[in-house]
Design a protein around this ligand. Structure first.
Ligand code: TYD
Ligand code: MG
Length: 461
């Protein structure tokens, strides 16, 4: 009797790609809820090769490999973009551009394509989401449509590959990977198997023809569509386009880069005529008050290698609830809880009777502990109804015992503060050796929280 061939299934997390043999409500890999989707296990076929790179069969000494022309970068000549890419596009490099729908990925991509084609490059935009008319209308909105910009509306990778072979473009953009379907795979476009397979196909194409390629991946909360995270390990560079819909600025963040540094950011502003780079972003995140106000503090934060002056605002009001409110935008609420506890204990303030709201101006998210001192100073300033001088900045990590710990890149932060007209800065005392101070800046080194609030004039009485 022939053995029954039962079609096997596996359950794949559409957020992180974790595979398990049975369904879970919560992904054992990343902890997300309701993201596991059933996928049929395809029998491995001989012609379906997963080899992404074709190289030599025998081992070779690495010293004999010529990599001199690999260093050649294709700069886009937009400072904010080239920085996040580590200097520009790389021939055969595959970039994943992730972000929520509507954040501006297609707009950014089209602007890059138009820019490159104006320089005489033959560029190719493949869209599985919009019609040619829609793309043309968008291009018109962004400027005059150049000649060397080729476009195609297609979801079948087989047809796209044939078109690429014929066109031989110098730059390729695929918008988006979740609409593509790879040959010989029955699962629906957008499933984990499809996006992975499609990416592998595009990767092979990009490497073999040495075309710099960008693929768009939507970040979705819906578990039915695989997110760009499942592709991060496949591609060379991962960029995420972020921003708050209610604000016009957008951040392009490098999460992974085989050709350059990570955690860089590029700052853009969404305007009527597309995205515009912001070369002086500190202005976006600083307050514009007519005079000193209580509860507002400016902190020199770092995003990648980029210093940004960011205003932190706090509002402290007497609470009428058994559990006073702690509400944050732009900072972690657990961090706030800790900082409030430290301030209460170390400075002796009765914050347990107060509602506390903390907000980062401009919609930015701050994760680095260097903002600790600033957050506490804003809270104390609001509580005491005493403003801090608008020309005073401060930064430093605060420990549970109220000690102020050093943070990285002190010099860079001080320089940015001085550049924007700040005249004094409270800094961790132990991070100052070997640092050249910017001219006209008064440095106030502190070792603990009590000293820190004193330097900015927040003392009782
Ligand atoms: P889009 O690039 O379509 O987003 P994604 O590809 O990430 O889904 O961006 C769409 C948004 O951008 C839409 O809300 C309109 C806005 N927009 C402008 O404000 N100005 C412009 O010039 C363009 C083209 C779009
Ligand atoms: Mg789009």
């Amino acid at each position: 009797m022939p053995a029954k061939t039962k079609q096997k299934s596996e359950y794949v997390c559409s957020s992180c790609g974790h595979i398990s043999i049975r369904w879970f409500g919560k992904c054992p890999g990343c902890g997300a809820w309701d993201t596991l989707v059933e996928e049929k296990v395809e029998p491995a076929s001989k012609e379906k090769s997963h080899a992404m790179l074709s190289g030599s069969d025998a081992p070779v000494p690495l010293s004999r490999i010529d990599a001199s022309d690999h260093e050649a970068r294709i700069p886009i000549d937009v400072e904010e973009l080239d920085r996040v890419l580590g200097g520009g596009l790389v021939a055969g490099g595959l970039v994943l551009l992730g972000g929520e729908p509507g954040i501006g990925k297609s707009t950014l991509l089209l602007q890059i394509l138009m820019r490159l084609s104006r320089r005489g490059m033959k560029v190719f935009y493949v869209s599985g989401e919009e019609s040619l008319t829609q793309i043309r209308m968008r291009a018109e909105r962004l400027g005059k449509c150049p000649e060397g910009l080729w476009s195609m509306c297609e979801c079948s990778l087989e047809k796209i590959q044939a078109a690429i072979k014929e066109l031989e473009p110098q730059f390729l953009a695929i918008d988006s990977i979740q609409t593509m379907s790879a040959p010989g795979l029955s699962s629906a476009p957008g499933s984990v198997a499809q996006v992975r397979e499609s990416t592998a196909h595009i990767m092979q194409m990009a490497k073999s023809m040495a075309i710099p390629t960008v693929i768009v991946g939507h970040v979705t909360k819906d578990g039915a569509i695989a997110g760009p995270r499942v592709l991060e390990h496949l591609v060379d560079t991962v960029l995420y386009f972020e921003g708050d819909r209610s604000h016009s600025f957008r951040l392009l963040r490098t999460v992974k880069n085989r050709y350059g540094p990570t955690f860089e950011i590029g700052v853009f502003e969404m305007t009527e005529g597309g995205l515009r780079q912001v070369t002086n972003p500190s202005k976006l995140f600083m307050g514009s008050h007519a005079g000193p106000v209580a509860g507002a503090v400016t902190v020199p934060c770092l995003e990648g290698t980029r210093p940004l002056m960011v205003e932190i605002q706090a509002l402290v009001t007497p609470s009428h609830m058994a559990m006073p409110r702690r509400t944050t935008t732009g900072i972690d609420s657990n961090r706030l809880a800790m900082l409030v506890a430290v301030a209460q204990r170390q400075l002796g303030l009765p914050l347990h009777e107060q509602d506390i709201f903390v907000n980062v101006a401009g919609g930015l998210k701050i994760t680095e502990p260097a903002a600790d001192l600033g957050i506490i100073a804003a809270i104390v300033s609001s509580f005491m109804e005493k403003p801090i001088a608008p020309t005073a900045a401060l930064f430093g990590e605060t420990g549970l015992t109220g000690e102020v710990r050093p943070v990285g890149r002190t010099e860079l932060r001080l320089k940015e503060a001085a550049r924007l007209g700040f005249t004094s800065c409270t800094v961790p005392a132990s991070g100052l050796s070997g640092i050249s101070m910017p001219e006209g800046m008064e440095i106030l080194p502190v070792r603990n929280l009590a000293d820190a609030v004193e330097t900015v004039g927040l003392t009782a009485g």
